[in-house]
Design a protein around this ligand. Structure first.
Ligand code: AMP
Length: 403
């Protein structure tokens, strides 16, 4: 698989780069430009080599089945123009912006590019066919490019037109396709959690967050690879109920009870569940919180792992040589229920010589908020993509198509 620095003879060539500029926006202002910053090394490499750089990305969600005025409002909200401005500031150079995704405006802007120029196209999801990997759309975008670079790790688990259809066509045409620096770093780090070496054992996975059903496949896959899986967060209560404990009004997926039971038994001691919880008499606007053991009283719901579980999980984490973590241990958005998630951060931070990966999404937001980002060996930029990469033994459509 080629990397961006291995592309040959790209001076003066049009290089189409799929980036992940799906930044949080509030009233047109960028709240966090991390994703734009993360794409800079690849863009800079191409500028330095004198390529004509054409960037495209999705931003937010646009539901094309909605009424026309709803679609228009979603387009207005998810306009990439502020990102072009911010990218220009970061690169310290003019970044051209096409307010459309294809057609004459785009073609004439592409034709006007000089070597080393940068153009950003409007949000790929303005196009109905993007998420359907529409053949005509892919053809139109592919026609803009002499070469293609995939640097949107957060979208690599989706076979959309911009992530799959376009490189598929370009490959068939014998054009160069490559991964960017960001995708390369993600793949290199995450593959270590997929193809586990003896030196990286004990390998401990920590899973949390809301839904067992979202993480079934990753649990099954991790059971084959890991030495222990610590399960916290709301998803732990489905396991607790399956094992016959009282869970009060905690979130539970009743259709997953049988799966949870079977999975726990087959894991043969590999799955470690919480032994206590911090509970409250409601999710928001609660008036009473307390610490309870394995059984949660009626009218209360589990909001975080309890102090004994924090200790239990920390003692397991201390044995690890490699850690993969996805999903918070509790409702970390509320100050009263952050301790469990912070305790994982602290346990990981206290270790030397451990390879630790935070699998993106909410856990990445949490470690950043609590000031532990630097303590992890790798923090993934793609929550969904990193989980799918583990689930599918290292395969992602947007990366596989480049191979
Ligand atoms: P996920 O996207 O599956 O990683 O889930 C993340 C969400 O799970 C966060 O918004 C947390 O607030 C939520 N969460 C974690 N633990 C609990 C819990 N005990 N009860 C309700 N929500 C939870």
């Amino acid at each position: 698989m080629l990397a961006v620095n291995e592309l040959k003879d790209i001076q003066g060539k049009r290089v189409l780069v799929r980036v992940d500029f799906n930044v949080p926006l509030k009233e047109g202002a960028i709240r966090d430009d991390n994703r734009v910053v993360a794409a800079l090394p690849t863009i800079q490499e191409l500028i330095n080599k004198g390529a004509k750089v054409i960037l495209f990305s999705h931003l937010g969600k646009i539901k094309h089945k909605e009424a026309p005025e709803v679609i228009e409002a979603a387009k207005k909200k998810n306009n990439l123009a502020p990102v072009a401005k911010r990218l220009g500031e970061l690169l310290k150079k003019d970044v051209k912006f096409a307010n459309t995704t294809r057609g004459s405006e785009v073609t004439s802007l592409v034709n006007s590019l000089n070597n080393g120029d940068v153009l950003l196209l409007q949000n790929t999801r303005y196009e109905k066919g993007e998420e359907k990997n529409d053949a005509d759309l892919s053809k139109d975008w592919a026609a803009l490019a002499d070469a293609y670079v995939m640097d949107a790790f957060g979208s690599a688990h989706r076979a959309h037109a911009s992530t799959y259809g376009v490189p598929e066509i370009l490959k068939k045409e014998g054009k160069q396709v490559a991964i960017g620096y960001l995708v390369k770093k993600e793949v290199d780090n995450l593959m270590r959690c997929v193809e586990v070496k003896d030196a990286d054992r004990p390998y401990i996975a920590i899973l949390g967050g809301l839904k067992v059903s979202d993480k079934i496949k990753v649990i099954e896959s991790l059971l084959k690879k890991c030495d222990k899986i610590l399960i916290g967060g709301a998803m732990a209560y489905t396991f607790q109920k399956a094992l016959g404990h009282k869970i009060g009004t905690s979130p539970v997926e009743n259709d997953q009870l049988e799966y949870a039971m079977r999975c726990f038994k087959e894991a043969n001691g590999k799955i470690v569940l919480p032994v206590d919880s911090m509970v409250a008499n409601g999710f928001e606007g609660w008036t009473e919180k307390k610490e309870v053991g394995l059984d949660i009283p009626d009218g209360f719901q589990g909001m975080d792992i309890g102090p004994k579980t924090r200790e239990l999980f920390a003692s397991e984490i201390k044995k690890a040589k490699m850690i993969f973590w996805n999903g918070p241990m509790g409702v970390f958005e509320q100050k009263d229920f952050q301790e469990g998630t912070i305790s994982i951060c602290k346990a990981v931070a206290s270790l030397n010589n451990v390879f630790s990966v935070c699998g993106g999404g909410d856990s990445a937001a949490a470690i950043k908020e609590f000031g532990y980002k630097d303590k992890f060996s790798h923090v993934s930029t793609g929550g969904g993509a990193s989980l799918e990469m583990i689930e599918n033994d290292g395969h992602l459509p947007g990366v596989d198509i480049i191979k």
